[in-house]
Each structure stands twice: as structure tokens, then as C-alpha cells.
Design a protein around this ligand. Structure first.
Ligand SMILES: [Zn+2]
Length: 346
């Protein structure tokens, strides 16, 4: 099946004709007939949410529900999200969904790994006394990523630096990457020093982490949407004040990290699924240039996941918008056309 699209291709900003042949993009007019499905507008390689956890079943015990998972990745897709990273999933991606024609591209990191020494584990954590071996195994068993809890309780110490460093060395030696959940100043500092590949959340991030992240090539996924949602509900207690201070600090660090050359990426960590456009707006509020914030949820995030953007031979994921999202980022909520794996979704 061949399709033709014409519009302003981002991030280059050049008006071009492009065609899709099956699940492949070409800028050369094909010899087969191709329906024109977009003429005008702004073309992106789709949106990306690099931090989302679909599939959680309702109930007291954490459980994976394949039907919920399917519905939630569909919600992402129908919002124009063509690629997803799951830094923590309660179960395995159902095989028939992973490469289904209507499924966004998916990168999973397996379970949430928690070092046995963290003071109190959550029910969704997979607690291990051999964090290095578990992290290497998760990265090998999934898409090259593992997810670990760098800390958990605000009051308790994080994973010791030496152990975190051993995890990073072990996973990197196996060709994998490490995503670290951090929500305390000490936790973020340990992860930044250890050179993890992505810091998730980063509440209360000490200033020195910015240069450490830039030096290690660590990406930053602040998940501002999730924190903005919780902020109004935080009570005026010692813990609440710590939370609020950490939240304000992480917002400042987003811009400082960008200025230092850190790749900042868009992840929602939150329901409703399919809401990564809101994260782009939060990143802009935090001081990211709007074009950079759009890239954080599109071409930059694809590069981070090893997926090309709108290039010759690239996978045929394309979303089309009536306005330039770099000028009007809220337009990301309203894709006019969604193409995934070379098929028209909308
Ligand atoms: Zn999360």
C-alpha cells in the first residue's frame, strides 16, 4: 500500500513530498499509484511517550491485565503516539500485540527492580538481593533496558553508590541501558554519579547533577505531568513541604539541564494514557524552547529509542497537524492525520 503526503517536515521545516511504501518512508516518487492523504500542514514522525506503564489492573494487588494494556496503548496511539517506552511493566507484552499493525512501537524495561536494602518496598516492586544480576537479566530479556528504583522513601537512604555503579557497569557490559527512578536529592545524586542512562523524575535534584548528567550522557525524563497532577493535593506536613520543594527544584533543573546539554525527554507516568502533549506544555513552562520540547516528545525521543525520524527508509510513522507545533504546541492534542506502520489510523 502506497500513500503520498506533502507538508512541512519537522524538525527541518522544509516543505517536501514523501511517500510511504508499506512500513517505509521514501522521498522518491514510487512507480506504483499512491493516494494523497495529506496536502499541507506539519509532519512529525509521531509522538513518543518515554515513561508510561499501561496494563495495570484495578484492585488492591498490582496485576497486569492484557485487555487494559491493549486499551491503553490504543489511547496513546489515537492521540498520535507512535512509540512508547515502558520503564516498568507489571507483565510481559502480549506477543500478538507487540508487532500488531495497529500497535505503537514498544520498548520495555521489564519489572521495577528494587534493591532489598530499600527501607520499604512497594507491592509493584520486584525486590532482589542481587541487583546487578537482576538488572542484566532484565535488560537481556527485554528491549535492552532495565528499570531500577534508585530510592523510594524520602526518609530512607537510596541504593548505595557502589552498588548502583556496579549495576551500570554490568548492564553496559551486556549492551543494555539503565533507567533509574529517583525522587530524593540523595537518590538523584547517586544515579547521576553512577552514570545511569536516564533519570526518571529527579525530584529535589542537587545542582551538581546537571553537569554529571551532561558528562555521562544521561537523559532526563522529569514526568512533570504526573507531579503537576499531584501538587495541589500535597498537604502541609514536613513530608509535604519536602515534596513541594523537590517539585519546584526539579522544574528549575529542567532548564538548567537543557542549558548544560542534557537531553530532556517527555514522559507522562500517568493516566490518562495518550496525554504526552500535556507534558510538552509542561516542559515549555519549565523553560525548554518550544521546538526542543516538541522534539522531546517526537524526533529526539525516537533517536533515544533507536528509531529514525522522517528519513529515507525510516519506519512509516507520521502525524500531521494543521499548525506548526513549535509555534502552537497545543495543536499536538489535535492530530489531523495519524499514520502508523504505513497504515492510516486517522
Ligand atoms: Zn513511572
Amino acid at each position: 500500500m502506497a500513500f503520498h503526503l506533502r507538508g512541512t517536515v519537522l524538525p527541518d521545516g522544509v516543505v517536501r513530498d514523501l511517500w510511504t511504501l508499506g512500513d517505509s518512508i521514501t522521498f522518491q516518487r514510487p512507480s506504483v499509484p499512491a493516494d494523497t492523504v495529506a496536502d499541507g500542514g506539519f509532519l512529525l514522525p509521531g509522538l513518543v511517550d518515554v515513561h508510561t506503564h499501561p496494563g495495570g489492573a484495578a484492585g488492591d494487588e498490582p496485576a497486569f491485565d492484557p485487555e487494559v494494556f491493549a486499551a491503553q496503548i490504543t489511547a496513546h496511539r489515537d492521540a498520535g503516539v507512535t512509540a512508547l517506552r515502558f520503564p516498568g511493566l507489571l507483565g510481559e507484552i502480549p506477543g500478538e500485540l507487540r508487532e500488531a499493525p495497529g500497535s505503537p512501537r514498544m520498548i520495555t524495561a521489564g519489572r521495577w527492580l528494587a534493591w532489598v536494602g530499600l527501607s520499604r518496598s512497594a507491592a509493584f516492586h520486584t525486590v532482589t538481593d542481587d541487583l546487578v544480576a537482576s538488572a542484566v537479566a532484565e535488560a537481556k530479556a527485554h528491549d535492552g533496558w532495565c528499570k531500577l528504583m534508585g530510592d523510594w522513601d524520602f526518609e530512607a537512604p537510596p541504593v548505595p553508590y557502589e552498588l548502583l555503579r556496579a549495576v551500570v557497569e554490568g548492564v553496559h557490559a551486556a549492551g543494555g541501558r539503565v533507567a533509574a527512578h529517583c525522587q530524593s536529592a540523595a537518590g538523584v545524586l547517586g544515579a547521576a554519579r553512577a552514570g545511569v542512562d536516564s533519570i526518571e523524575h529527579g525530584m529535589g535534584m542537587p545542582q551538581e547533577c546537571v553537569d554529571l548528567m551532561a558528562g555521562h550522557g544521561t537523559s532526563y525524563v522529569p514526568t512533570l505531568t504526573a507531579f503537576a497532577r499531584s501538587a495541589p493535593r500535597i498537604e502541609d506536613t514536613a513530608r509535604g513541604r519536602l515534596w513541594n520543594e523537590g517539585h519546584r527544584t526539579m522544574i528549575r533543573r529542567v532548564r538548567e539541564a537543557y542549558d548544560a546539554g542534557v537531553t530532556v525527554l517527555a514522559g507522562t507516568d500517568s493516566a490518562p494514557h495518550g496525554n504526552v502533549a500535556a507534558e510538552v506544555l509542561h516542559l515549555i513552562d519549565a523553560g525548554l524552547p518550544s521546538g526542543t520540547a516538541v522534539g522531546a516528545a517526537s524526533w529526539t525521543a525516537r533517536a533515544f529509542l533507536g528509531l529514525p525520524a522522517l528519513a529515507e527508509g525510516a519506519p512509516a510513522d507520521i502525524t500531521v497537524y494543521d499548525a506548526d507545533p513549535r509555534e502552537e504546541p497545543a495543536i499536538l492534542h489535535h492530530p489531523r492525520r495519524i499514520m502508523l506502520r504505513g497504515r492510516i489510523i486517522r
